[in-house]
Design a protein around this ligand. Structure first.
Ligand SMILES: Cc1cc2nc3c(=O)[nH]c(=O)nc-3n(C[C@H](O)[C@H](O)[C@H](O)COP(=O)(O)OP(=O)(O)OC[C@H]3O[C@@H](n4cnc5c(N)ncnc54)[C@H](O)[C@@H]3O)c2cc1C
Length: 416
C-alpha cells in the first residue's frame, strides 16, 4: 500500500478498514543470501538499501526484541553533519542529504524537521575551534554559519548570556540540521524493506555463529539455525557481547546514556541548542516537550537505564544555560546502551572471519548516521568494497594508528 493524502481521505470516508499491517510477521526461512543481526535503525536501513539499491531481496533482519525497542527509539532525535575531520565529515554530510529525501524515498512520514542546530560558543578559544570546524564543513559541501552573541540572543533571548563561567559569545549554526521522529525512522525503513521482500524476524535472538574453516555459515538463533551467504552485525550497544560469540574482542565499551523529556509547553525553542562547555543539549518536540540530555553515565553497563548523579549533572548544566528550565516539570527519563569506540568514531568493515561483517561503535551519535550507515553497510555487503564516504571506518585502524579522534580525547571511550 502506498501512503498518500488521497489514501488518508479514502480511508477516512470508508471507516479506516483498508489499512494493512506495516510489515509482515514471517516464519524464518532455512537460508538467506544475507542476514542482518539487529533490527535497529542501522540494521533496517541496511536491509532497505540492500533491496532498493543493490537488488538483494533474499535478506532477513533478525531482532531479539521488537522493532524500535533499542537506541533507534531512545535517542534525542538530532540530525546534523557538523564534523571536523576528513574521515567523518563527508560521511555525515552524505547522511544529511539522504535525510533530506528520505520521506519521499520510503514513502513514510518520519517528521524530518530541518529546524537548525546551534553549538554555543563560550570563549575565544572555542570560537577559533568552531571557526575551523565551520570551514571544514563548508569545504566538504555542508552549510555552516558563525553567529555573534547578538544574533544568538535574537532567537534564544531566555538563555543565560552573562553566566560568570560560561558567558555566551556566539554560536556555530547549521541550518540544515534538526530533528527526526526516531521510531518512525525504524518503522519507515522496516516497511520499505518488507515491501521489497525482506523478512523481518522479531522476537528472535541470535545466540551464536556457525563458523567452519574460517567462514561464517549462518547464525544460531532462539528459533533455530538460519544459514546465510553473508552475515552483517548491527547491534549497537550489544556489539561486544555478540562479536565475542564469534571469538572477536572489539575496541568498544558499552555505556549507558540517558535522555529526558519535560511536560508539553507552548513553542519556546525553535531549533536544537548544544552547550558543549557544560554538556547539555535541548530541543522541543512537536508535542511541546523539551527533549534534553548530557553526558553518558561513565561506567560500563548493558542496562537500558541510568542513575541519579547524571540526572543531577544534566539538570545543573541545563540550569546554568537556561535558568527557566527550573520551572518545568520532568515527564520521563530513560537510557540506552551506547557502543563507545576507542576514538569516538564508528566501524563499518569486514571482519577477519569470511562472510561476517560488522557495523558499530556509533557512540551517542549514530541516529543521524542511520541512512548513510545503512547505505554504506549495504554497499559493503553487496559489493565487498568500502563505500567512498566510509573508507576511514576500518576495524584495523586501531592497530595501524589511523584513529579518527574527533574530540582529541585519546583512547578514553567514556570521554568521547
Ligand atoms: C539517550 C540517547 C540519546 C541519543 N541521542 C542521539 C541524537 O540526538 N543524535 C544521534 O545521532 N544519535 C543519538 N543517539 C545514538 C543513537 O541512538 C545510536 O547510535 C543508534 O540508534 C544506534 O544504532 P541502531 O539504531 O541500529 O541501534 P539499536 O536501535 O539499539 O539497534 C540494535 C538492535 O540490535 C538488537 N540486538 C541486540 N542483540 C541482539 C541479538 N543477540 N540478536 C538479535 N538482535 C539483537 C537490539 O535489540 C536492538 O534492537 C542517542 C542514544 C541514546 C541512548
Amino acid at each position: 500500500m502506498r501512503y498518500s493524502g488521497f489514501r488518508v481521505l479514502k480511508e477516512a470516508l470508508t471507516g479506516h478498514k483498508g489499512w494493512r499491517p506495516v510489515w509482515r510477521d514471517p516464519d524464518p526461512q532455512p537460508h538467506y543470501d544475507i542476514v542482518i543481526v539487529g533490527g535497529g535503525g542501522h540494521g533496517l536501513a541496511t536491509a532497505y538499501y540492500l533491496a532498493r539499491q543493490f537488488h538483494q531481496h533474499k535478506v532477513a533482519v533478525i531482532e531479539k526484541g521488537w522493532i524500535g525497542g533499542g537506541n533507534v527509539g531512545r535517542n534525542t532525535t538530532i540530525i546534523r553533519s557538523n564534523y571536523l575531520l576528513d574521515g567523518n565529515e563527508p560521511f555525515y554530510e552524505f547522511s544529511l542529504k539522504l535525510w533530506e529525501g528520505l520521506e519521499q524515498d520510503f514513502n513514510y512520514n518520519a517528521m524530518v524537521s530541518q529546524r537548525g542546530i546551534l553549538n554555543l560558543i563560550h570563549s575565544d578559544a572555542q570560537r577559533d575551534a568552531f571557526t575551523r570546524r565551520g570551514n571544514a564543513m563548508i569545504l566538504n559541501g555542508a552549510d555552516a554559519e558563525l553567529l555573534s552573541a547578538q544574533q544568538v540572543r535574537r532567537t534564544y533571548p531566555f538563555l543565560n548570556f552573562n553566566d560568570a563561567r560560561f558567558p555566551i559569545k556566539g554560536g556555530l549554526a547549521q541550518r540544515r540540521g534538526g530533528t527526526v521522529r526516531h521510531d518512525a525512522v525504524a518503522w519507515g525503513y522496516a516497511r520499505g524493506a518488507d515491501r521489497r521482500g525482506v523478512d523481518i524476524l522479531q522476537n528472535c535472538e541470535v545466540t551464536g555463529f556457525r563458523i567452519e574453516n574460517g567462514k561464517c555459515l549462518g547464525v544460531e538463533t532462539s528459533r533455530g539455525f538460519i544459514a546465510a551467504g553473508k552475515v552483517g552485525v548491527a547491534v549497537a550497544g550489544n556489539s561486544s557481547r555478540i562479536m565475542a560469540k564469534a571469538g572477536m574482542r572489539l575496541p568498544i565499551e558499552s555505556h549507558v546514556l540517558q535522555a529526558f523529556v519535560s511536560e508539553g509547553l507552548k513553542p519556546v525553542l525553535p531549533g536544537v541548542i548544544t552547550f558543549g562547555a557544560g554538556h547539555f543539549y535541548c530541543s522541543q518536540s512537536d508535542k511541546g516537550g523539551l527533549v534534553f540530555g548530557g553526558d553518558i553515565d561513565g561506567y560500563n553497563s548493558y542496562a537500558q537505564r541510568g542513575n541519579l548523579p547524571v540526572i543531577e549533572d544534566v539538570a545543573e548544566g541545563g540550569m546554568a544555560l537556561f535558568p527557566g528550565l527550573g520551572r518545568v516539570r520532568l515527564l520521563r527519563a530513560w537510557g540506552g546502551i551506547m557502543d563507545m569506540s576507542m576514538d569516538g568514531s564508528p566501524i563499518i568493515d569486514h571482519t577477519p572471519i569470511d562472510g561476517l561483517y560488522f557495523n558499530g561503535g556509533w557512540c551517542y551519535g549514530g541516529f543521524k548516521a542511520t541512512p548513510a550507515s545503512g547505505w554504506c553497510f549495504a554497499h559493503l555487503l553487496a559489493t565487498d568494497t568500502l563505500h567512498p564516504t566510509a573508507t576511514a571506518y576500518r576495524l584495523d585502524r586501531f592497530q595501524r594508528g589511523r584513529m579518527i579522534d574527533e574530540k582529541g580525547m585519546g583512547a578514553q571511550p567514556n570521554l568521547h
